[in-house]
Design a protein around this ligand. Structure first.
Ligand SMILES: [Zn+2]
Length: 341
């Protein structure tokens, strides 16, 4: 996790940044605290302590300007200043309020991470364009048939138990990736067959290229982005039945069979195949890229780079989304996810 953006925490006596724990039973500012909120806080405490950090619930403080804040769970490395807060946000909160509260934490030298347990669509703009200054994460909360609360953080295609997420976030499993020139495209491939009667082998054909948000990018234009050709060659190495990058031909596309080398002419219909494979490729965004709808990649990721979803280094391919493989993954994650609240 990147640190050092906020100011160093001031000395407690000089600038009035103070922390005080509330006696048990007085937390939650008078309102009865929900089971799920208590559960989330307890899991944050467990996760922080598992990471070797000190953690306390319901800590309050003041910015140097005298604005108050109150953290669900406040953490520090043993012997260091309090530096990370976890906020379990179950009640609806608008993005502007997230940002205002984040600014107060930053003024006190604290980086807050938000578990967004309320209706996710309220932050739909943020999910489209996350940013490094506001680490916020979709969190699924539920109660099981006996009324016991549970929750997962959804990140990079995974469902992580809260304690695991908190522990990992404090031990460098959480990464921010985003610089102004790095774009990610998806090659969308369909299964087909070489039509030449002496070959007839399975091939994969590129039917479209789109941004991670689904904006289509012209095939010929994409080919000229720096990193594209190298990445396509790597996709061919990883998928030996991938045909060559297609060229427009009359009203369709023209490619070459990877097995027999003969031309394959085709229409880029999605419905012609029950299964589509997606390959993320990393490119350098050219000056006109933004106009084409190719925005720089900017996203939180989890764990080692090779496992990040919807991401690839420039000139490389990322984790391939093959429907046969993802069906297995979905089955595994389904068995871990009880019904949502
Ligand atoms: Zn062939």
């Amino acid at each position: 996790m990147p640190y050092g953006k906020g100011r160093a925490i001031p000395k407690e006596s000089r600038l009035g940044t103070r922390f005080f724990a509330h006696p048990p039973g007085q937390a939650g500012q008078g309102a009865k605290e929900s089971d799920i909120h208590l559960y989330l806080k307890a899991q944050c405490l467990l996760g922080a302590r598992a990471a070797g950090w000190e953690a306390l619930p319901e800590q309050s403080g003041l910015t140097p300007e005298g604005e108050d804040w109150r953290a669900d769970v406040l953490c520090r490395r043993p012997g260091a200043n309090w530096s990370v807060a976890f906020e379990a946000q179950v009640q609806l909160q608008a993005e502007a309020t997230y940002r205002r509260r984040q600014t107060r934490y930053a003024a006190s030298g604290i980086r807050a991470l938000w578990l967004v347990g309320h209706e996710h669509s309220l932050l739909s703009r943020y999910w489209l364009e996350p940013d490094q200054d506001l680490p916020a994460f979709k969190t699924h909360i539920w109660k099981d048939e006996r009324g016991r609360p549970g929750a997962h953080v959804l990140i990079d295609g995974q469902c992580l138990p809260i304690a695991e997420f908190v522990s990992g976030a404090l031990t460098k499993q959480l990464h921010w990736s985003g610089d102004a020139r790095h774009g990610v495209l998806h090659l969308v491939l369909r299964d087909d067959q070489c039509w030449h009667r002496t070959c007839q082998r399975k091939v994969r054909l590129t039917i479209k290229i789109q941004t991670t948000r689904g904006t289509p990018i012209d095939l010929s234009t994409a080919q000229d982005f720096a990193g594209y050709r190298e990445a396509y060659a790597k996709a061919q190495a990883a998928l030996p039945d991938l045909a060559s990058h297609p060229q427009p031909f009359r009203k369709g596309l023209l490619s070459r069979c990877p097995h027999c080398g003969r031309d394959i002419r085709y229409q880029a219909h999605e419905w012609a195949s029950p299964t589509l494979t997606t390959v993320p490729i990393g490119v350098t965004i050219p000056d006109h890229g933004i106009r084409l709808g190719l925005t720089p990649h900017a996203q939180w990721h989890w764990g080692p780079q090779t496992h990040w979803t919807n991401w690839a280094p420039i000139g490389e391919i990322g984790a391939i989304c093959d429907p046969e493989i993802s069906a297995q993954v979905a089955l595994q994650s389904h068995s871990r996810t009880p019904h949502p609240l």
